[in-house]
Design a protein around this ligand. Structure first.
Ligand SMILES: NC(=O)c1ccc[n+]([C@@H]2O[C@H](COP(=O)([O-])OP(=O)(O)OC[C@H]3O[C@@H](n4cnc5c(N)ncnc54)[C@H](O)[C@@H]3O)[C@@H](O)[C@H]2O)c1
Length: 398
C-alpha cells in the first residue's frame, strides 16, 4: 500500500498559527516524558497541569510551563483547555477520562485506555456521542523507526507480509534496581502499580499498535500466560502474569508470534517476514532504532542461504528535536500532537478511539490468557465500529 508522506508527527505542523490548549492531569514519573517532548509541537500549547499532589503539579509547571490548576474542576471549567492528557495511575483512567469527556474535553489517555473493556467501551461511546476525540498511548507509532517500517511494508519491499515475530521482553524486572529509578524531577518509578497491572497491560500496546497499523485488526488469536517470579514481590497479594505468549492472526492474513514479559533477558525486537524479504527493528522502544531490510538472494548449489546482507533503510521522517533523556525514547508527545492536529482539522487522530479500544481488547485477552480460536471478528472490531485497514498512519501520507 503506497504511502509517501508530506506530514509527520515529529515536526511542527504547517505554521497556521493556531494552537490547541492542553493540560496534563497526573504529574508523576511518566509526565516528565511528556513535558520534555512537547516543545517539538508548536501547535500544542501547554496550559498547565493538575495533580492531587500539589507539589507534583508545581514542579511540573516550573519545569515545563503553564500554571498549576488547584483542582480538577478548574481544569474542566477552563474554556482554553481543549485536550486533557490523562497521566494518572491506571486505576484512575476511567474516572478521570469520563469526567473530562462529560465536560466537553478531548482526551488523550496514557495506556491502557481503561482497566476493563466495558469501561473503555463506555468512554468510546461517550466520545462518539459528544463528537469528541479519544486516544490512548503508546504513540511510538510516530517514531522514525515505526514510520520507516510501515512505509517499507506498505511499499511492498518484502512482498506479501506473512509472519511477524514481536517481543516486548524488557528483562527481568525483579532483579533490576527499580526502587532507585527516578524521573527528571525526581519522581520515583511506581513499581507497585506496574507489577499489579502486569507486563501485558503495561507493555502490549508497544507492539500491538505497530502490528495493527500494518496488518489491520486481530481476527483470531490464542494466548497463554504464566507467573514465574511471584516470590520476588513479597507482600503483594495481587500479581499479574509476568510472561505472556500470543499467536495472532490479522485481517490481512499476516500472523504473529508475540512474546511479552519481564522474566527473560531484554528483547524488544520486531521482525516482519515477507515472501520477498525480511524487515527488522531491533528495539521498538528507541525512536531511532535502525530499520534493516534483507531481500531474498538468488542462490544455487548446496546452501541454505536465501537472504542478502542486511541494509539499513533511510528514515522517512526526521528525528524529533526535543527528546527525553531516558533509557528509552518513546516519542510520547507525538500522540497528543496528532490529536491536537486532528482537532484543528476536524479529523480523527491516527490512534483513534476504535484503534485504542481494539488494542485494549487484544491486550486484555493476552493478559488473561484468553484466546479466541473461532474464525470470527473480535467484539471490538466488527465492520461498523472499526475502520482499521492494513495501512500506514496518515501522518506518513504524502
Ligand atoms: N512509569 C513509566 O515508566 C511509564 C511509562 C509510560 C507510560 N506510563 C503510564 O503513565 C501513566 C502514569 O504512570 P506514572 O508512572 O506516571 O505513575 P505515577 O504514579 O508516577 O504518577 C501518577 C500521578 O497521578 C497523580 N494522581 C493520582 N490520581 C489522580 C487524580 N485522580 N487526579 C489527578 N492526579 C492524580 C498521582 O498523585 C501521581 O503524581 C500510567 O498509565 C502508566 O501506565 C508509565
Amino acid at each position: 500500500m503506497a504511502n509517501d508522506g508530506s506530514r509527520h508527527a515529529e515536526a511542527p505542523l504547517e505554521p497556521s498559527g493556531e494552537t490547541v490548549g492542553v493540560v496534563f492531569v497526573g504529574c508523576g514519573y511518566a509526565a516528565d516524558f511528556y513535558g520534555a517532548t512537547m516543545p517539538n509541537y508548536q501547535h500544542v500549547e501547554v496550559k498547565g497541569a493538575f495533580d492531587v499532589d500539589e507539589q507534583r503539579a508545581a514542579t511540573f509547571v516550573a519545569e515545563y510551563g503553564g500554571r498549576a490548576f488547584s483542582d480538577f474542576d478548574e481544569v474542566l471549567g477552563d474554556p482554553d483547555v481543549a485536550i486533557v492528557v490523562n497521566l494518572t495511575p491506571v486505576s484512575q483512567h476511567y474516572t478521570v477520562s469520563k469526567a473530562a469527556l462529560l465536560a466537553g474535553k478531548h482526551v488523550y489517555s496514557e495506556k491502557p485506555l481503561a482497566s476493563s473493556l466495558p469501561e473503555a467501551t463506555e468512554l468510546v461511546e461517550l466520545a462518539r456521542e459528544r463528537g469528541l476525540l479519544l486516544s490512548s498511548a503508546p504513540s511510538t507509532i510516530f517514531s522514525q523507526a515505526a514510520q520507516t517500517l510501515l512505509r517499507a511494508v506498505g511499499d511492498g519491499l518484502i512482498g506479501k507480509p506473512l509472519l511477524a515475530h514481536a517481543s516486548l521482553d524488557m528483562g527481568a524486572l525483579a532483579f533490576m534496581p527499580y526502587t532507585e529509578w527516578r524521573s527528571r524531577r525526581g519522581v520515583p518509578w511506581p513499581y507497585l502499580d506496574e507489577v499489579a497491572n502486569g507486563c501485558v497491560m503495561e507493555h502490549a500496546g508497544y507492539q500491538l499498535s505497530w502490528l495493527v497499523a500494518m496488518f489491520g485488526p486481530v481476527v483470531r488469536m490464542a494466548a497463554h500466560t504464566s507467573l514465574q517470579l511471584a516470590d520476588k514481590w513479597p507482600g503483594k497479594t495481587e500479581l499479574a502474569p509476568d510472561i505472556s505468549l500470543g499467536f495472532l492472526e490479522f485481517a490481512s492474513g499476516t500472523v504473529c508470534r508475540l512474546s511479552i514479559g519481564w522474566v527473560a533477558p531484554a528483547d524488544l525486537s520486531l521482525t516482519v517476514v515477507g515472501d520477498q524479504g525480511v524487515l527488522t527493528v531491533s528495539d521498538v522502544w528507541q525512536a531511532s532504532a535502525p530499520v534493516m531490510l534483507q531481500r531474498h538472494a538468488r542462490t544455487s548449489g548446496k546452501t541454505n542461504a536465501y537472504l542478502q546482507e542486511a541494509e539499513q533503510l533511510p528514515f522517512v521522517v526526521p528525528p524529533a528535536q526535543h527528546r527525553y533523556d531516558d533509557t528509552h525514547d518513546l516519542t510520547v508527545g507525538a500522540g497528543v500532537a496528532d490529536m491536537a492536529a486532528a482537532a484543528l482539522k476536524g479529523e480523527q487522530p491516527f490512534l483513534s478511539a476504535d484503534f485504542s479500544l481494539h488494542v485494549l481488547d487484544v491486550s486484555l485477552r493476552l493478559s488473561e490468557g484468553r484466546g479466541v480460536m473461532e474464525d470470527v471478528a473480535l467484539p471490538a472490531c466488527d465492520d461498523k465500529k472499526l475502520t482499521l485497514t492494513p495501512a500506514v498512519p496518515r501522518t506518513a501520507a504524502r
